[in-house]
Design a protein around this ligand. Structure first.
Ligand SMILES: *Cc1c(COP(=O)(O)O)cnc(C)c1O
Length: 356
C-alpha cells in the first residue's frame, strides 16, 4: 500500500491492505445469485458477532442512518435518550427532529449511565423506547450494559435501541440474551472497514413494534429489510464493495478467534492505560467504566494538544484525535480498535513519548 499517515483516531480507523483488496473485488449484480450467495455466506458469521438468531441487515449508510431509522421504526409513545457524550446527546436531537416525544437522561460527560436513573425514568410510564450508546466514543466511557438491560427486562413494553459502533467485535455483546431490540454498528470504527456502511439486527419485539408505526419511510423501513433478507437481498442497491470487505473481515475475525480478538483489545487497551499513568496524564472517563477500544486522555498536564497531534503527524506519520467537540484540547483520544496489536500500539506510544 502507498505510504500514508496511519490513523489512530477512534473512527475512521486504519484500513488494512487485505481489506482494501476485498473492497476492490470485481462488481456483481445485487439482484443476481452471486449477491445472494455472498449475503448467505456472511450471515452466520454476522449472527455470531451479534449473538443473535435474528436476521442481520446490511445498510448502505453510516451509523447515523440506522440510528435515525431506529427512532422512526420504533418510537410511538416516547423515547428516553440516555446521554453522556457527543453521540448519545445528538440522538436526542435526532429523535426530536423526527417529530417524536423525546426526553433526555443527561449525565455529565465522562460519567456513565446509571441503571437506577433509567429505572426511575421508565417508572413514569412515559416511554416505550430507550436509546443507549454502549461505548461513548467521544468520552471513552463504556456504559454498564448488563445492569441497564436488567432494568429494561422489568419493562417488557419498552424497546432498547443500542449503538455499538465503537465496541462491536471488540468486546462481547449478546443481543438476544440481553434483550436488545435494535443493535447497530458502523463500518469504520471497531470493524476497521472504510466508512459509509452499517450492520444492524432487530428483535421480534422490534419488528412487532414497527408494524404498528406509520410513516417509516422506505429506505430505512425495517420491515422492508426483513422481507428482502428472506431472499438474501437488500431493499435498494447496497455498497457491494463494503459487503466484500465484511466477508474478508469475518474471515479474519474467526481465524483469529473471537475470544482472542477480545483479549487483544484488552491487552492493547492496557498498554495505553499504563502509558497514560506513567506519563502523568489522567483519564477523562471515570474509573470502572473505561472503554476497552479507545482511551480519552484528560489533558491535566495542560500541553498544547493540537501541537502534539501536529508533531506526531509530521514526524511519525501517525494521526491521533485532539478531542471531540467541546472537549477538544482538554482531552485527546487514542484508539486501539480494529486491527491494532501490542506492537503497533507500543509504536504509537513510543512516538508520543518522542514528540512530548
Ligand atoms: C462514530 C459514531 C457514530 C456515528 O457514526 P457515523 O458513521 O458518523 O454515522 C455513532 N455512534 C458512535 C458511538 C460513534 O462512535
Amino acid at each position: 500500500m502507498q505510504p500514508h499517515d496511519k490513523l489512530f483516531t477512534p473512527g475512521p480507523v486504519e484500513v488494512s491492505p487485505k481489506t482494501w483488496v476485498a473492497f476492490s473485488r470485481p462488481m456483481i449484480s445485487h439482484r443476481g445469485d452471486d449477491f445472494k450467495n455472498l449475503y448467505r455466506a456472511i450471515h452466520p458469521g454476522l449472527q455470531k458477532l451479534f449473538n443473535t438468531k435474528q436476521p442481520v441487515f446490511l445498510s448502505t449508510s453510516s451509523a447515523w442512518g440506522v440510528m435515525e431509522a431506529s427512532i422512526r421504526n420504533l418510537v410511538n409513545r416516547g423515547v428516553l435518550n440516555c446521554m453522556c457524550g457527543a453521540f448519545s446527546d445528538k440522538w436526542f436531537d435526532v429523535a426530536k427532529r423526527c417529530g417524536k416525544n423525546a426526553e433526555p437522561l443527561q449525565i455529565d460527560w465522562g460519567k456513565h449511565i446509571d441503571h437506577k436513573a433509567v429505572d426511575r425514568h421508565l417508572a413514569t410510564g412515559k416511554f416505550d423506547t430507550v436509546t443507549l450508546v454502549h461505548n461513548e466514543t467521544s468520552t471513552g466511557v463504556m456504559n454498564p450494559l448488563g445492569e441497564i438491560c436488567r432494568v429494561l427486562a422489568k419493562h417488557p413494553d419498552v424497546a432498547l435501541i443500542l449503538d455499538t459502533v465503537s465496541s462491536f467485535s471488540g468486546v462481547k455483546i449478546e443481543m438476544d440474551a440481553l434483550g436488545i431490540d435494535v443493535m447497530l454498528t458502523g463500518a469504520q470504527k471497531a470493524l476497521a472497514l472504510p466508512p459509509g456502511f452499517s450492520l444492524f439486527s432487530v428483535s421480534e419485539k422490534g419488528f412487532a413494534r414497527a408494524e404498528k408505526i406509520a410513516n417509516r419511510g422506505f429506505y430505512f423501513d425495517f420491515l422492508e429489510f426483513k422481507k428482502q433478507q428472506t431472499e438474501w437481498m437488500t431493499p435498494s442497491t447496497p455498497s457491494i464493495a463494503h459487503i466484500h470487505a465484511v466477508q474478508s473481515k469475518l474471515d479474519e475475525i474467526f481465524t483469529e478467534g473471537l475470544e482472542a480478538r477480545f483479549d487483544r483489545h484488552v491487552r492493547t487497551n492496557a498498554l495505553v492505560h499504563d502509558w497514560v499513568r506513567h506519563s502523568g496524564f489522567d483519564f477523562f472517563a471515570e474509573e470502572g467504566y473505561r472503554s476497552k477500544t479507545l482511551t480519552c486522555v484528560k489533558n491535566n498536564r495542560r500541553i498544547d494538544v493540537l501541537k502534539l497531534a501536529r508533531d506526531l503527524r509530521s514526524k511519525h506519520r501517525l494521526v491521533i484525535d485532539p478531542g471531540y467537540g467541546k472537549i477538544q484540547g482538554k482531552t485527546f483520544r487514542l484508539s486501539n480498535m480494529g486491527d491494532e496489536t501490542e506492537e503497533t500500539i507500543s509504536h504509537l506510544l513510543a512516538c508520543l513519548d518522542d514528540v512530548l
